[in-house]
Write a protein that binds this ligand. Sequence first.
Ligand code: GLN
Length: 198
Amino acid sequence: VPTVGVLALQGDVREHLRVLESCGAGTAVVRRPEELDRVDGLVIPGGESTTMWRLARTFDLLEPLRKRVEQGMPTYGSCAGMIMLADRIVDGAAGQETIGGIDMLVRRNAFGRQVDSFESDVVMTGLDAPFHAVFIRAPWVESVGGEAEVLGRAATGDSAGRIVAVRQGHLFATSFHPELTGDPRIHEYFLAMVKGSS
Ligand code: GLN
């Protein structure tokens, strides 16, 4: 059984731990470099990417995170976690850095300019039925580079067609919060990535 860590600097950590456990994964919270060394995969939760970035620097985690991601650790980022995995961001705070790894341009608070939070069905490659997704001041993906694959787009509402799920090899990101809706398919998908890599 692989151990999946949840980056626990800030954000909705507990909800991810709960879904991962219900999917049969071993779990661990990650706040320190030694804890990062012990996990087979990592979830970066939603929350506030500027706070997460500052805390990652304060706790000396930013470089270890970049290193593990570069070395191939399967990593899934939701919402703020998607921002953390983006190579390029728009509307970040002054000086805001990311871990990076996915060749994509992500716009922070993109949906939030219209309405703070909303729900939409997302049609996802690899899932046979749409995923009912919750978005909270969510980013969207403006564009992806050659290595990154678009896996999902919002299917309903004003934002229909916007890119909200992307994968690049061992890295996976969604704009939405799958830990809040009781549908385990996104976590199952990520767990299969973790199992496939070991
Ligand atoms: N707006 C947040 C940010 O910039 C993301 C919101 C979320 O994770 N729910 O990090």
